[in-house]
Design a protein around this ligand. Structure first.
Ligand SMILES: [Zn+2]
Length: 95
């Protein structure tokens, strides 16, 4: 496809330049959204013991009882993983 070949999308013709601009805007928006999300969700990295059985997060105050299995290991949300992968691919950093 040449640089100026139009592409039909949503019933109208889009130039490659328009599509590339949209792609860039979506990439920036996704990066910003991921960054915001990562800053808003607590990974419970700092905890202290409370009472005999509790582990309590210093940052968000969530707590886990040892007899209920204790604090689960942190796992990044699948949405973060998918967004990071998509961003890396768009930037040519991954296959
Ligand atoms: Zn926390």
């Amino acid at each position: 496809m040449s640089k100026h070949t139009p592409y039909r999308k949503h019933g109208r013709l889009w130039s490659v330049e328009e599509l590339m601009q949209q792609r860039g805007e979506l990439l920036t928006a996704l990066e910003n959204l991921l960054e915001l999300s990562e800053s808003q969700i607590c990974r419970h990295e700092n905890t202290h013991r409370g009472g005999l059985i509790w582990e309590i997060c210093d940052d968000c105050k969530e707590m886990w009882a040892d007899d209920m299995g204790g604090k689960p290991p942190w796992k990044d949300p699948k949405e973060w993983v998918a967004a990071r992968k998509s961003i890396a691919r768009a930037k040519g950093e991954a296959k």
